[in-house]
Design a binder for this molecule. Structure first.
Ligand code: GNR
Ligand code: NI
Length: 175
């Protein structure tokens, strides 16, 4: 029985996979748990505080998050088929980045607090009230499940500049 986790290659802009809507997960089995563990390993290696399955090329509705700080105990979280069931009128602004859009950062405004219903790594239904960085990160990841990127929340001018830059870089790499 192999238990070693695998670091998977990340999908980068402008890969059209990032615009795909991910499909619900029908069964939480050992294959899915292995995928969750590989996603956590890939996220920690990057390093990042969240990762959606589509970022490693799997169009399924699962994401992982760990917003614990460096030096603190790790707090890996697995969210399967997450659904936002409530969100606050209060907004908060964070400087966001994305492992699929390396080295670009921008401020994004989102609901400060959200409630999310999901299945955990054991397939058990859970409800979480999230605020702060966890709320922001959860919304960033749930966006990925719907083919939405954080640059979709910034100005059109900035977004088009970023997309152009990454399209150019991909073209140069292909030669
Ligand atoms: O590592 C990440 N950091 C981050 C910072 C602010 C808001 C969202 C994030 S998520 C990002 C990892 C990632 O791209 N997840 O999809
Ligand atoms: Ni991202």
């Amino acid at each position: 029985m192999g238990t070693a986790m695998t670091i998977k290659p990340l999908i980068i802009l402008p890969d059209p996979l990032l615009r795909q809507v991910s499909k619900p997960i029908e069964r939480v089995d050992s294959d899915l748990q292995r995928l969750a563990d590989d996603m956590l390993e890939t996220m920690y290696d990057a390093p990042g505080i969240g990762l959606a399955a589509i970022q490693i090329g799997v169009p399924r509705r699962m994401l992982v998050i760990d917003v614990s700080r460096e030096g603190e105990e790790k707090q890996p979280l697995v969210f399967i088929n997450p659904e936002v069931v409530k969100s606050s009128d209060e907004r908060s602004v964070y400087e966001e980045g994305c492992l699929s859009i390396p080295d670009y950062y921008a401020e994004v405004e989102r609901p400060a607090t959200i409630g999310v219903k999901y299945l955990d790594r054991d397939g058990k239904e859970q409800l979480i009230d999230a605020d702060g960085l966890l709320a922001t990160c959860l919304q960033h990841e749930i966006d990925h499940l719907n083919g939405v990127l954080f640059i979709d929340h910034i100005s059109r001018l900035k977004r088009e500049m970023v997309i152009k830059k990454f399209a150019k870089a991909a073209k140069a790499k292909a030669i």
